[in-house]
Design a protein around this ligand. Structure first.
Ligand SMILES: [Zn+2]
Length: 93
């Protein structure tokens, strides 16, 4: 078991890192494309994941409760069907 992210010392997880782990869980809201596939994607836009999938990832221990809370906080109002979009962290457009 890896230690939980340290809120005080460690760098905060990026949304991208959380999405990368969340995609390893099956989405409880849509069939997605299977494990390791985003709920939605396009050729040019960011990949999206349902809130329900983040919840599933948290239950499986893939992401922490703090990670989930950060995602929800960023989303604002949401339902299980709300899509959270992965955001490229690099400078590529
Ligand atoms: Zn989904």
């Amino acid at each position: 078991m890896r230690p939980a992210p340290d809120q005080a010392g460690a760098a905060p997880w990026t949304l991208h890192a959380i999405c990368e782990l969340t995609r390893l869980a099956a989405c409880g809201y849509c069939p997605a494309g299977g494990l390791d596939w985003p709920c939605t994607s396009s050729e040019t836009g960011p990949e999206g994941y349902h809130v329900a999938r983040f919840a599933a990832a948290m239950r499986r221990g893939l992401i922490s409760g703090a990670n989930f809370a950060a995602v929800i906080e960023a989303a604002g109002a949401f339902t299980n069907g709300t899509l959270i979009y992965d955001q490229p962290t690099g400078g590529t457009a």
